[in-house]
Design a protein around this ligand. Structure first.
Ligand code: ZN
Length: 271
């Protein structure tokens, strides 16, 4: 599932391709993926000019000149692919197509059809439930530390909770905990102050490096140009059970926490 670095990369690619462009028309091929209902969705979007493309948590957000926003959640296998005007066939599994006045298209493609596009009015507080952005100034050590206080949830499960910190998923939770040398099942509220400091710094560092490398392609993820990311080449623990820990050489193990595969090293993640 695309996490912060992948969604950020997609949003940047889209911004390059469609910023300032006006939507000519929209075709909804699979009604359940769009809100409001298809006829209104298409009618309302036609004529909107893209003022900005950004990201909030794991959502891609297109902001229009009118102040309305198109909020896209890619879920498991969703893709937003830019096609030039001369392209003759749609991206496979396309559910919605945005066609711009210069002929450029954005295909919202999704094999599993869990992804969603939602048009929201300027006054709708659609992101009210989302937590801190870990790459923003709001994500201070003090703020992070106070979120952990008193929590009995395993730290890894806590990191996945989008209402606390937005954008971290399974890959970067595992990687940040390894970098900070913290056991994934440790209750969040019991981390020592040095461990909280290490984890705060590791979250930022891992996410920044992954954004620089344009995300992690361990499954279907590709950017807006259809290209794979690079961070899968530098993963230390995620998906690497049986391989040696790069820090202490013990074998990486896979355990299950809250129904999610969790990769870590028993040798050095003892904090
Ligand atoms: Zn180790």
């Amino acid at each position: 599932m695309p996490e912060l670095p992948e969604v950020e990369t997609i949003a940047r690619g889209l911004a390059n391709a469609i910023n300032g462009k006006t939507i000519d028309f929209v075709t909804v091929l699979r009604p359940k993926v769009a809100l409001p209902e298809p006829v209104r969705f298409a009618r309302e979007l036609a004529g909107e000019r893209v003022a900005a493309v950004g990201r909030r948590g794991k959502f891609v957000v297109l902001t229009f000149g009118s102040g309305r926003q198109l909020v896209v959640h890619l879920r498991m296998t969703g893709r937003l692919i830019v096609q030039p005007a001369e392209a003759t066939i749609l991206e496979p599994y396309t559910n919605v197509v945005l066609v711009f006045r210069d002929g450029v298209r954005v295909c919202f493609a999704d094999v599993r059809q869990f992804g969603r596009m939602r048009l929201v009015e300027p006054e709708e507080a659609w992101a009210a439930e989302l937590g801190l952005e870990p790459l923003s100034h709001d994500f201070s050590y003090e703020g992070f530390s106070s979120l952990l206080a008193g929590r009995t949830t395993p730290i890894k499960v806590f990191l996945l909770d989008q209402r606390r910190i937005a954008g971290i998923g399974n890959i970067y939770a595992c990687e940040a905990l390894w970098a900070a040398r913290i056991r994934p099942n440790r209750p969040a509220g019991t981390l020592s102050k040095p461990a909280r400091r290490r984890l705060h710094a590791s979250i930022i560092d891992v996410l920044r490096r992954a954004v620089e490398m344009r995300g992690t392609s361990v499954d279907d993820y590709v950017d807006a140009d259809g290209l794979r990311g690079g961070f899968q080449n530098v993963l230390t623990v995620y998906g690497r059970d049986g391989e040696r820990c790069p820090r202490c050489e013990r074998p990486i193990v896979r355990t299950v926490l809250a129904q999610r595969g969790t990769w870590w090293c028993r040798g050095c993640q003892t904090g």
